[in-house]
Design a protein around this ligand. Structure first.
Ligand SMILES: Nc1ncnc2c1ncn2[C@@H]1O[C@H](COP(=O)(O)OP(=O)(O)OP(=O)(O)O)[C@@H](O)[C@H]1O
Ligand SMILES: [Mg+2]
Length: 497
């Protein structure tokens, strides 16, 4: 511990500034942790732990808005006096050090109290938590040995990871969050939107199972909404809709049958299925009363001009969603590689998976699982329409029931609010946040990053400049009531997969 200065005038129980000793301005930096001996005492509750933010340098000789002798002197090349220069930092109190961890500070932080900078060997994070604790494989920026504690009972209160593209969200999730969940005894299911962020990394690992989304059977509702989107609402014709609806009944059985039959005849299964679907729709249209038949015939032609045999491929999986979990056979990590599939097929699969998980929870099962959803705005966008309205609602329901049934949702997005963020109704249910380098769209305004973090002295200027892999950790999982800047060391040889 190093003595660095004293508390300045104007402190309250929740805020204070430290005036730095001479020549320390170049050595003490924002985000460092300090211990204040309130009133010069070290007994409970006088040891206050805080984080330095909002540095300020003052030299009243150099006021830039008025003309003073020192300013004049400087203009002609002289070096102004530093005699009245004052450097200070604001201290955001984390709490007072108590027997069982950290407690809110209620006493006024007294001016003149000495302030000590905590150094590597003083690891203060052990003061924040006591007893059995879960630790993240991440540390406080600048202090590799200060690992970050986590309140594991809040894992099912859901997590958001935000940062502009390239800020390191997927890596952070892969190297820090997923290992944390596994350590807490959770199984982890990862939805890899593009199939490039997780699937290649986990493929071949002993503990992980990687599946392709095209192999998995969708439920009939999802197949129907997929076909609806592909055909622009079944040519806006109710007869055609009914025809598709009846064909989709028993879909997986039909697909299985088609796969066998096509194999026997050496044909392409998608073409084969397409032919059967088309025959079915045409048969339905043929049975329609003469007076209305013309409309439906035209609609059918429109629909089959749009729908191509290869469009059926993404919904021709036959592996039931339930058996995904059986396939795990004791492995605790499942990656669904969604690369190559169309958005609708991905969302359709998500609905099938979510319904299954929801069903288990409704039946009273404690899942003890985490569902990691990268590119979350694809599932729950700002203004959801069509199938996205369904997926948004489904995620919201999963978060609500998941809290009671130990299902964690970890949603990853490039932004917090608006067009680049996650739908507000879902976001409200996330209670732990990791904020990386933000997008300028998130810098200000209601619901943006600065609204979340400026109460703690973190400005959007700082957040716009965070290096990859740096995140402010905030919310219920963090034992510190004040967000902390954390980072981690990617494993050696880690590369963009
Ligand atoms: N802790 C770290 N230290 C150093 N570099 C890192 C760290 N984390 C990530 N990076 C670098 O940042 C790059 C981008 O990381 P990542 O793919 O996780 O970004 P992302 O936020 O998921 O981006 P996108 O929004 O485009 O998916 C990595 O390829 C890596 O080079
Ligand atoms: Mg990513």
């Amino acid at each position: 511990m190093k003595f660095i200065g004293r508390i300045a005038d104007g402190s309250t129980e929740a805020s204070a500034r430290v005036i730095l000793l001479k020549n320390l301005e170049g050595k003490v930096a924002a985000e460092e942790l300090v211990l204040v001996h309130n009133g010069g005492r070290e007994d409970y509750p006088n040891q206050l732990l805080g984080v330095l933010r909002g540095g300020l340098g003052k030299n009243e000789f150099l006021t830039h808005t008025s003309y003073r002798p020192d300013v004049a002197y400087m203009k002609y090349g002289g070096e102004p006096s530093g005699a009245r220069e004052v450097y200070s930092f604001s201290i955001k109190p984390i709490g007072v050090v108590a027997e069982g961890g950290i407690e809110p500070n209620l006493a006024i932080i007294q001016p003149r109290s000495p302030v000590y900078l905590l150094e590597e060997e003083d690891n203060p994070l052990h003061l924040i938590v006591r007893g059995k604790t879960l630790w993240m494989d991440a540390y406080m920026e600048g202090h590799e040995s200060w690992r970050i504690p986590v309140k594991h009972e809040f894992i099912p209160y859901h997590v958001g990871v935000y940062g502009s593209t390239g800020s390191g969200k997927s890596w952070f999730t892969r190297y820090v969050l997923i290992p944390l969940y596994l350590k807490a005894g959770y199984r982890v299911f990862i939805l890899d939107w593009s199939g490039t962020d997780y699937a290649p990394y986990y493929r071949g690992l002993k503990n992980a199972q990687v599946m392709k989304v095209a192999d998995i059977a969708l439920d009939e509702e999802s197949v129907l909404s997929y076909l609806e989107a592909k055909t622009f609402g079944f040519g806006r014709n109710d007869n055609i809709r009914d025809a598709f609806d009846t064909y989709v009944e028993g879909w997986v059985k039909k697909v299985e049958h088609t796969l066998n039959a096509a194999a026997e005849e050496g044909k392409d299964p998608a073409e084969f299925l397409y032919g059967q679907l088309r025959d079915h729709v045409e048969a339905v249209v043929n049975n329609i009363d003469k007076r209305w038949k013309g409309f439906s015939e035209r609609a059918a032609r429109r629909v089959f001009r749009r729908l191509k045999p290869e469009d059926l491929k993404p919904v021709m999986g036959t592996l039931p969603v339930e058996s995904l979990f059986e396939k795990l056979e004791g492995r605790n990590l499942l990656v669904v590689d969604m690369g190559g599939a169309l958005t609708h097929a991905k969302l359709g699969f998500f609905l099938a998976l979510a319904r299954h998980l929801y069903g288990l929870m409704e039946a009273g099962e404690n899942l003890k699982a985490s569902l990691v959803v990268d590119e979350a705005p694809q599932y729950a966008p700002w203004e959801p329409r069509g199938i996205q309205a369904e997926t948004t609602e489904t995620i919201k329901n999963l978060t609500a029931l998941g809290r009671k049934r130990m299902l964690n949702l970890t949603l990853i997005a490039q932004g917090i609010k608006g067009e680049i963020g996650i739908n507000a109704s879902v976001r409200r249910n996330l209670n732990t946040h990791f904020f990386g380098r933000i997008h300028p769209l998130d810098a200000g305004g209601e619901g943006g990053a600065s609204e979340w973090l400026s109460p703690y002295g973190i400005t959007s200027d700082q957040m716009l400049q965070l290096k990859p892999g740096r995140f402010y950790f905030s919310g219920v999982m963090n034992p510190s009531p004040v967000p902390l800047l954390i980072t981690y060391q990617p494993p050696e040889g880690a590369q963009a997969v």
